[in-house]
Design a protein around this ligand. Structure first.
Ligand SMILES: Nc1ncnc2c1ncn2[C@@H]1O[C@H](COP(=O)(O)OP(=O)(O)OP(=O)(O)O)[C@@H](O)[C@H]1O
Ligand SMILES: O=C(O)C1=C[C@@H](O)[C@@H](O)[C@H](O)C1
Ligand SMILES: [Mg+2]
Length: 196
């Protein structure tokens, strides 16, 4: 249904981009790629070490460079870092594929990440307020995705993956119908110049 077009998963930390991305790639027979892991392999450093020793700005440059590399490739499911939506330049790369926003209420994210030490932007006392602050800064960017999946609290990774697959199929159908309508209209009403 995708004709090789890649899928980009976006969303806040902890919503399950890496978990769902791996399952989705298996179902689509695509290769799975995670921008955080890609950066860790390329630099030989963990995301936390990059933030601590080089700073967030360098991490964001690594993220954009990674995305520019992977966006030109076909048949990939790409789990992106939670902050990838912030840099406007990154959208020109994301738009090479179908963009899926995995969304989960902050209370659920909080439960999942309460003991996490690997996400540098969350290493502070009040996890709930920090997540709410990041989400309010980013929500309008996430909302630019082609597909929005609001995950239910008890939904399993397999159930979410099924729902994403159905939504991708619907989105591909919608795009195909629109392309056909445009082609039909172009046939019926050939473009006229002022000279006609
Ligand atoms: N549907 C689910 N139900 C319960 N736990 C889940 C589900 N999906 C993911 N998790 C768990 O939540 C945690 C965060 O998931 P994951 O690492 O996939 O999120 P992420 O979106 O990739 O986060 P990040 O943006 O920080 O990389 C993991 O411990 C994972 O096992
Ligand atoms: O939301 C974010 O800004 C981040 C999310 C993670 O995936 C990592 O990319 C990093 O911890 C920053
Ligand atoms: Mg991840």
């Amino acid at each position: 249904m995708l004709n090789g077009v890649s899928v980009f998963l976006i969303g806040m930390m902890g919503v399950g981009k890496t978990t769902i991305g791996q399952l989705l790639a298996q179902r689509l027979n695509y290769e799975f790629l995670d921008t955080d892991m890609f950066i860790e392999q390329a630099t030989g450093q963990s995301v936390s070490t990059i933030f601590a020793e080089s700073g967030e700005s360098i991490f964001r440059q690594l993220e954009t460079a990674t995305l520019s590399q992977v966006s030109s490739r076909l048949r990939k499911v790409v789990a992106t870092g939670g902050g990838i939506v912030v840099a406007p330049d990154n959208w020109s790369y994301l738009k090479h594929g179908v963009i899926v926003w995995l969304d989960l209420p902050v209370e659920q994210i909080q439960k999942r990440l309460s003991d996490d030490t690997t996400r540098p932007l969350l290493q502070q006392q009040d996890l709930g307020s920090r997540l709410n602050q990041l989400l309010s800064e980013r929500r309008s960017r996430y909302a630019q995705a082609d597909i929005h999946i609001l995950i239910q609290p008890d939904e399993t990774p397999d159930q979410i993956t099924e729902r994403v697959l159905r939504a991708i199929a619907q989105e591909c159908d919608r795009k195909r119908q629109m392309d056909e309508a445009i082609q039909q209209l172009n046939k019926e009403m050939p473009f006229q110049t002022n000279a006609d």
